[in-house]
Design a binder for this molecule. Structure first.
Ligand SMILES: [Zn+2]
Length: 165
């Protein structure tokens, strides 16, 4: 099947027709691959370990265009990525911290033109749960690194009661 480049993550996916998310703009092939990755995580506990990293990474690789929803979404997912990767918070605590961040401060961050060396295409090809978890971690690191120009802003949004300064 012919491959097409996703407008969000830049990954190569089957060039299919199909649904995409309302504001996390992607190709239909990318959205379908992500759906299958999520299905594995929801149906198999061994794949679910890194579920929040998958959700955050997909969101920040597909920021879309500025809108009230996309501004909130990109900011929240970058905040949780930062807490998981830089501050090593446990998933539930990172989630509480993300929800405690002050939304009113969020502004649109101009997305980097390249959003990581890995896309959900690589994660989708994982042969087993161990490979899946390792790939999700690499995928997340790679997307987080791509947002480096905004790291200082994201750190400034973290609710201070959750992180040691
Ligand atoms: Zn994509």
């Amino acid at each position: 099947m012919a491959l097409a480049k996703c407008i969000g993550c830049g990954g190569l996916f089957p060039d299919i027709e199909g649904p995409t998310h309302r504001y996390m703009e992607s190709s239909a092939g990318c959205w379908a691959a992500y759906g299958e990755v999520l299905a594995r995580e929801y149906s198999n506990a061994a794949y679910a370990v890194t579920h929040r990293l998958s959700v955050d990474t997909y969101a920040v690789q597909h920021p879309g265009h500025p809108s009230p929803q996309s501004i909130q979404s990109v900011a929240r997912h970058l905040i949780r990525l930062c807490l998981l990767l830089e501050h090593k918070l446990e998933e539930h605590r990172a989630n509480d911290a993300m929800l405690a961040a002050t939304k009113s401060k969020f502004v649109w961050l101009t997305p980097p033109s390249r959003r990581g060396m890995i896309s959900v295409a690589e994660v989708h090809r994982a042969a087993n749960a161990d490979e899946h978890i390792a790939l999700v971690r690499e995928w997340a690191q790679s997307a987080w690194a791509a947002w480096k120009p905004h790291h200082a802003q994201i750190q400034a949004w973290l609710p201070t009661e959750f992180v040691r300064q």
